[in-house]
Design a protein around this ligand. Structure first.
Ligand SMILES: *Cc1c(COP(=O)(O)O)cnc(C)c1O
Length: 353
């Protein structure tokens, strides 16, 4: 949507628009004091040998400065999730969707959390399937929008298909939407496509999600990112849990992110090289009917009797994702690109079938 017509407060739920957020001890006094007796912490220390007795920074200011540099986006346009980008998904429903009244749009087959989170928030979800080659049907998405459509979920590169959507189709949806359009870029580091975060200044209704779980190899930290206008981020900050990211994650991420950014790039190169080897190796197996084009660190593979192949692989100790019951993914398995050894073992086991 164009800037001039966008009024954020019109989209928010009434209760959220007027909410007074919880004020933490850290909100009320910032800075270093001689004695801190304001947060009912254990002043003597923490059990074990750690230094964990004080509450962490509720807004992760230091970490946001690091992320701001890496991602080239101002601190006040960043929200960080301490439960991954999944946290941002839930908060967007909380902010915008009046339970039982407002609705969202999802384009299956896609990431499951958009729908699960919709159910948790009692928000009806309209389904506008992708085409057979997993592209967005922009006109149908736009036709499905009504005055209560607050969130439209676009995952690009998409999980589980692996492809990126045609950029102009995505743009059409953003420009036509009166509600928020969320672009989930969990796999953007593996793609040659440009991130939509560069276009945030142009589209006030755009929200971009990214994560440190995939390319950066930090899934265990549960560190997710949301980029949006200052106004949207201010609302999300008002409704998030007070201390939504623990201090260990904040400290660790501050230490390593800028230092090891080039290691992330090396991982991406390695994973992409493995992916390019895995594609022909899979295609050479007679049971394999199709390997779908991928812009991500996984491949969607159409296989004869895929469900049986899945069970066979489980017995051999190799776990892939069975997507055979998912819209448009009949007889498909989703296979993460592993290490050279892991991929070779997978191929060897499939050859033995
Ligand atoms: C893996 C994945 C996520 C989850 O990211 P976290 O930051 O680990 O919560 C989000 N979106 C998509 C599409 C994913 O595949």
């Amino acid at each position: 949507m164009a800037d001039s017509n966008f009024v954020l407060s019109d989209l928010l739920r009434n209760n959220i628009r007027n909410i007074t957020p919880y004020s933490t001890a850290r909100d009320e006094y910032q800075g270093v004091a001689l004695v801190n007796l304001d947060a009912n912490e254990n002043s003597f220390g923490s059990v074990g040998n750690g230094n964990y007795n004080r509450y962490p920074d509720p807004y992760q200011f230091e970490l946001k400065q690091v992320v701001s540099k890496i991602k080239n986006i101002p601190v006040d346009q960043i929200f960080l999730g301490g439960s991954g980008s999944d946290e941002g998904i839930g908060l967007l429903y909380t902010a915008f969707c009046e339970p039982g009244i407002d609705n969202a749009i999802v384009c299956p087959p896609t990431y499951g959390m958009y729908g699960v989170s919709a159910e948790i928030h009692n928000t009806p979800c309209k389904q506008v399937p992708l085409t057979a080659d997993f592209q967005l049907q922009a006109d149908k998405v736009i036709a499905a929008m009504d005055s209560h459509t607050k969130l439209t979920w676009i995952c690009s590169p998409n999980n589980p298909s692996g492809n990126s959507y045609d950029r102009e189709a995505v743009r059409k949806v953003i420009e036509a939407a009166k509600g928020i359009v969320v672009i989930d870029e969990a796999y953007i580091d593996f793609s040659s496509e440009k991130s939509w975060k560069e276009e945030l200044p142009k589209y006030p209704n755009l929200v971009v999600l990214q994560t440190f779980s995939k390319a950066w190899g930090l899934a265990n930290c549960r560190l997710g990112m949301m980029f949006a206008s200052k106004g949207i981020i201010a609302v999300i900050n008002k409704i998030k849990l007070p201390y939504n990211m623990n201090g260990m994650t904040q400290k660790y991420a501050c230490e390593i992110l800028s230092k090891y950014a080039s290691q992330k790039d090396d991982y991406v190169k390695e994973i992409l090289a493995e992916r390019e080897k895995l594609i022909p190796a899979l295609q050479a197996i007679s049971l394999v009917k199709k390997v779908f084009p991928s812009d991500a660190n996984f491949l969607l593979v159409k296989i004869d009797n895929a469900h049986d192949v899945y069970n066979y692989l489980v017995k051999e100790g190799i776990i892939v994702r069975d997507r055979t019951k998912v819209t448009l993914c009949e007889d498909c398995l989703r296979i993460t690109v592993g290490t050279t050894k892991e991929n070779e073992l997978l191929i060897e086991k499939l050859k033995q079938l």
